[in-house]
Write a protein that binds this ligand. Structure first.
Ligand SMILES: [Zn+2]
Length: 253
């Protein structure tokens, strides 16, 4: 009787060990491919900005990055419940800081993601901070203004370098993919960014500080602001939608 039990236990232990080493091996394999797919996507996004990317390439790149994020979520059991509302993307600010009247700063007619840096329209809301002398320090708090992730998600592309001689309009920007809602958000003109492709962020996490980077944002005539956009994939390519209602309802941190 005792022998039989010992035998079963050994067998069970073997099985557990086998399963454990299999899981360990597959987790390592995931870790490696994750890093490379984020780097690859970031490089791809830079190619889009420089122009000349084909639609089929974009479709396969987006499919690949979304597939990877999905597999990480399954493996790590990060089954996010959707948040009822966004966090406002500027700390201490609310929807009254959005430029234009009733959100009319947003217009997407003629915008195409694949047009890169030379795209038309303004599929975004500019959210202004109080900064009369344009030093990127809030006149009210005497501190930089934090840019916050509106929802849980993954940083899929960003640019942490920008020279004021550059003609790139986004400056130091961040792209985040939010798997729960399948929405992409874009944050441009930052002074400094604190995330990299492959980082997971929680809703309300500080990702950057508001700045004046970008071809037009750097010019004196432009008041200091965050350029904020939201996109959904249509036929495998990001298409902007107006996030004004979400911004109106967003909670201020
Ligand atoms: Zn803008």
């Amino acid at each position: 009787m005792t022998v039989a039990i010992d035998f079963t236990n050994t067998n069970l232990m073997r099985k557990t060990l086998l399963l454990f080493s299999f899981l360990l091996a597959s987790t390592c394999a995931f870790a490696q491919s994750d890093t490379s797919v984020f780097t690859k996507f970031n490089n791809f996004n830079n190619s889009v900005l420089n122009g000349g990317v084909k639609k089929a390439d974009a479709q396969s790149q987006f499919k690949s990055i979304i597939g990877t994020i999905w597999s990480i979520e399954v493996v790590s059991n990060k089954a996010y419940l959707p948040h009822a509302q966004w966090v406002f993307p500027l700390k201490g600010y609310k929807s009254s800081a959005i430029g234009g009247t009733h959100g009319n700063g947003y217009f997407d007619k003629g915008y195409k993601f694949l047009d890169g840096n030379k795209h038309g329209a303004h599929p975004a809301h500019d959210i202004f901070i109080t900064d009369r002398n344009q030093d990127c320090i809030d006149d009210k708090t005497q501190k930089p203004v934090d840019v916050l992730a509106v929802d849980d998600g993954w940083v899929i592309a960003c640019n942490s370098q920008w020279e004021n001689t550059s003609n790139m309009r986004g400056g130091k920007f961040i792209w985040i993919y939010h798997p729960t809602t399948k929405v992409f958000t874009y944050y441009a003109h930052n002074n400094q960014i604190f995330v990299k492709p492959g980082y997971h962020v929680n809703q309300g996490d500080k990702i950057a500080e508001v700045g004046r980077t970008g071809y037009n944002a750097y010019k004196k005539r432009s008041p200091t602001h965050l350029h904020f956009s939201a996109f959904k994939l249509v036929d495998g390519v990001p298409v902007p939608f107006n996030p004004y209602q979400q911004l109106l309802k967003a909670k201020t941190l």
